[in-house]
Ligand binder design. Structure first.
Ligand SMILES: O=C(O)CCC(=O)C(=O)O
Length: 257
């Protein structure tokens, strides 16, 4: 992905302050139309060629007997040099500017919510999964289709990243095993921001920002996205906590629990 093919992302001091205050920020047209088109083709190619060759831990199907139920792909950058280069290009540059440090490219994911069958994403904070100290990290969500409330756009809880880590519990949702157990108080509801995105738009959010998404209720509108996870080079992973979490995840791979 070459920067000169896109609009440069606009990141003034005001925009960084807005990100720091609200915990998320939209970058319209982060990729232009032809870049989105290429990205979609690369995803299709990855699903056809790479997915049959890679471990089950990297591929989540709602129903392991139905390829059309593919829901999530993990660590695509480790299995395909094109996604490695995408990750290390403009998104990484933006992550460094937002975090103000060097960053580690941790995970490049694919999220698919097919029409009618795409399930809701439970309210969660990514930092709960990351187990970092300090919790300095961010996620970027890149729309590969137009996303709105009908087909399950992401909803952020404005300012929630400044209010600490909430309690999480098992959700039973494939790919999002942990969700906030007491989500939905008055403060949560007041600050919920459905964030529609057009294809090519990117939304960055802090690792403590609460977010979730509805089902894809549309009859025929796919809702596909890429997720880029960056850790600040200042943050250290707590390996004990990570091992505990990995144990909980076993049994969720390649099919429903
Ligand atoms: O695509 C979704 O529904 C959720 C994505 C998400 O949770 C994330 O990018 O951190």
């Amino acid at each position: 992905m070459r920067n000169e093919h896109s609009n440069d992302f606009e990141l003034t001091g005001n925009r960084i302050s807005k990100y720091q205050e609200e915990g998320y920020l939209l970058f319209p047209s982060f990729l232009n139309k032809s870049e989105v088109h290429e990205c979609k083709q690369r995803v299709d190619n990855y699903i056809e060629k790479a997915v049959p060759e890679i471990p089950g831990t990297e591929v989540f199907y709602e129903d392991k007997n139905d390829n059309a139920s593919l829901k999530q792909l993990q660590r695509m950058h480790e299995h395909d040099p094109w996604f490695h280069d995408l990750f290390n290009g403009k998104p990484k540059q933006l992550a460094q500017e937002l975090l103000g440090t060097d960053v580690i490219t941790k995970n490049l994911q694919y999220f698919n919510k097919p029409p009618k069958t795409g399930n809701a994403t439970p309210p969660h904070q990514d930092g709960y999964y990351f187990k970092l100290d300090p919790p300095k990290a961010l996620t970027m969500w890149l729309a590969l289709n137009d996303a709105d409330e009908e087909n399950g756009c992401v909803r952020y809880v404005k300012g929630s990243h400044l209010k600490g880590m909430r309690e999480h519990a098992l959700t039973g949702t494939l790919g999002f095993s942990q969700g906030i157990s007491d989500y939905g108080n008055e403060d949560d509801r007041l600050n919920e921001m459905p964030t529609p995105a057009s294809e090519g738009d990117l939304i960055a959010h802090d690792s403590l920002t609460i977010h979730f998404a509805g089902k894809n209720l549309s009859n025929d509108r796919p809702r596909k996205a890429l997720g880029f996870i960056f850790y600040s080079s200042d943050a250290k992973e707590n390996s004990l906590e990570i091992n505990k979490y990995q144990e909980e995840l076993k049994g969720q791979q390649r099919g429903k629990t």
